[in-house]
Design a protein around this ligand. Structure first.
Ligand code: FAD
Length: 554
């Protein structure tokens, strides 16, 4: 701390959007005397990059509403010197200056600093595919303008990549009336979800006319289409590539700052780099995650860490918390949210897990407008701590994921969800909120109820387990797991003898009646396991993996 620059001081910030501008305004609120200089190579600072796809689709009609602050406003209100179209080209740590080029005049200039904040963000990744330079990307206002110019005269488009930006863009192109194809090399959309939880997005996209191609790579891009790995040639008026981003670490690497294990700039819990006069925030900086470090390119963390870096610079240290990567995407009316790790990632880490699927309604079923959620909770069976959660549905998704993210951040256990006192009226929730229900299911499982996951059913069947469906005959006739026997829950007690000496998987629609059936059979001394999440989860998983070669958890 002795090396912290004394006040007043000059603070230079590289990058003037999420993290950089949060740092700049916070610095000014703390210190009226400091000289605050923002260098931004783009034409605007403080623009809403998260809103770009929605202007492409016309949902946000006014382009100007995406520009949150102009340099002259920032000067007037915060006395911040903003230099747009000015690119930082080198950090000279020995003499504490930043070299920068005015991209309009070509003039070079050095900016001395007492403290430097790096928030240069990331750059959309262009995979090494022949013709990739023909494709659009969507990262800033210039990209958006160029994309809209193409979209204005287009009838068809191809979006390569099924992550956040690919989904948002594909939806917005469809919204514009453009015939759109989404191509994703993985067997699923949204890698922040597990394969079964991502399936509702595929269903909804297809229902709304989006042509979704999964598990097929693009091998060539042309200005008029793409070629796929299976030899298919798809024509379109333009192509957009949205396959992730790489942190802009060039300046940090060239100046010898320590890099982290995931390829971002290493920072301590104050967002301070290995140089005590330099802080890094946002996409460029690594985040501490449970059990390691990784890049988490999300706006909330960039803003929060920008503020935290400003506090640290001004001698108000506050430690950054663990990042869980809490995120949400909207896609044709379906919201898909997650926090923490997926089952897929945890399985790769060899983590023991208790996995819970539920399908509650978003609010009391008797009140109009309720819709069904798909929820997944992943719990450490030893500590009972929550490792991850996913929620997909039309309504109430954001509330549920945010409660779980808050619980994780506070170190609550999965069983603690049972006792959370959450707001309730019929139009918003149920008296037992879906969050409480997760806590109840977790408690049952922790107390010894056996369960089977959707992807384990066929293996268990081969090992001799009987599959018992306890729904009504009407439900059964509309779709059931092949090979299952029907005995409704209300009749089960009369049929217990049939199952003596057998090992039984019970299933129902969502797992709730299965839980009751399992308790009836287990109290009769029968070895029984409840199909987690019931027929609905099994159906999602099987549909999602029908054409994939990969194991669902691999
Ligand atoms: P940015 O906000 O990207 O700012 C970096 C700035 O630095 C850029 O303007 C760049 O021009 C400038 N710069 C780079 N190098 C230099 C240099 N050498 N000299 C000067 N300036 C430089 N996150 C969410 O959480 N939710 C969302 O819904 C969401 N949607 C998104 C949609 C889109 C289309 C995009 C592109 C991103 C989205 N994100 C979303 C991600 C989020 O915007 C980023 O994580 C966040 O903006 C990162 O903040 P940052 O300060 O690190 O970088």
């Amino acid at each position: 701390m002795s090396e912290r620059p004394s006040e007043p001081q000059t603070i230079v910030i590289i990058g003037g959007v999420a993290g950089g501008m949060s740092a700049a305004t916070r610095l000014r609120r703390i210190n009226e005397q400091a000289t605050i200089i923002v260098l931004e190579r783009g034409g605007e600072v403080s623009f809403a990059n998260c809103g770009l796809p929605y202007h492409v689709g016309g949902v946000i009609p006014d382009r100007e509403s995406l520009v949150l602050q102009k340099p002259e406003q920032l000067k007037a209100r915060f006395n911040i010197d903003v230099h747009v179209r000015t690119e930082a080209t080198a950090i000279n740590r020995a003499d504490k200056t930043v070299s920068a080029r005015d991209l309009v005049t070509g003039e070079n200039r050095d900016y001395p600093y007492d403290a430097l904040v790096l928030s240069p963000g990331s750059t959309p990744f262009r995979p090494p595919i022949p013709g990739v330079q023909e494709a659009h990307v969507l990262w800033n206002l210039d990209d958006m303008d160029s994309l809209i110019t193409s979209a204005e005269k287009a009838h068809s488009a191809i979006v390569v990549g099924g992550g956040f930006i690919g989904l948002e863009l594909a939806e917005n192109l469809v919204h514009r009336g453009i015939q759109t194809t989404l191509v994703e090399a993985l067997p699923q959309l949204m890698p922040t979800l597990d394969v079964e939880m991502a399936w509702p997005l595929v269903e909804r996209g297809r229902l709304r006319g989006l042509d979704i191609r999964l598990q097929v790579a693009v091998t060539e891009i042309r200005s008029t289409g793409v070629t796929l790995a299976d030899g298919t040639s798809l024509d379109s008026d333009f192509v957009v590539v949205a396959v992730g981003a790489r942190p802009n670490t060039e300046l940090a690497v060239a100046s010898g700052l320590k890099m982290g294990e995931a390829g971002g700039v290493w920072v301590d819990d104050q967002q301070r780099t290995s140089d005590p006069h330099i802080w890094a925030v946002g996409d460029v900086a690594e985040k501490v995650r449970p059990g390691g470090h990784s890049l988490v390119p999300l706006a909330g963390l960039a803003n929060r860490h920008g503020r935290l870096a400003a506090d640290s610079i001004m001698g108000r240290p506050a430690a950054a918390k663990i990042a869980y990567g809490t995120s949400i995407v909207g896609f044709f009316g379906v919201a898909a949210a997650s926090t923490g790790y997926t089952e897929r990632v945890l399985a790769l880490q060899g983590q023991a897990m208790r996995v819970i699927h539920t399908h509650p309604v978003s609010h009391a079923g008797y009140y109009p407008g309720a819709s069904q959620l798909a929820m997944k909770l992943i719990v450490d069976p030893v500590t009972d701590l929550i490792l991850g959660a996913q929620v997909v549905g039309e309504d109430g998704v954001d509330k549920r994921i945010d409660v779980i993210a808050t619980a994780m951040s506070a170190g609550l256990t999965a069983s603690d969800l049972r006792d959370l006192e959450l707001s309730y009226a019929p139009q918003f929730a149920s008296a037992k909120d879906p969050i409480n229900m997760l806590g109840y299911v977790n408690e049952n499982r922790a107390l010894g109820e056996h369960s089977v996951q959707w992807h384990e059913v066929s293996q268990k069947r081969e090992a001799g387990w009987v599959l018992l469906d306890v729904r009504t005959s009407g439900e059964y006739s509309q779709g059931a797991i092949p090979g299952s026997e029907l005995v409704t829950l209300d009749e089960l007690r009369e049929h217990v003898q049939r199952f003596r000496g057998k090992r039984v998987i019970v299933t129902c629609r969502v797992g709730q009646r299965g839980h009751t059936a399992a308790s009836i059979l287990s109290q009769e001394g029968i070895e029984v396991a409840n199909l987690d999440g019931g027929y609905l989860t099994w159906n999602m998983g099987m549909a999602a993996t029908e054409f994939t070669q990969l194991a669902p958890v691999a």
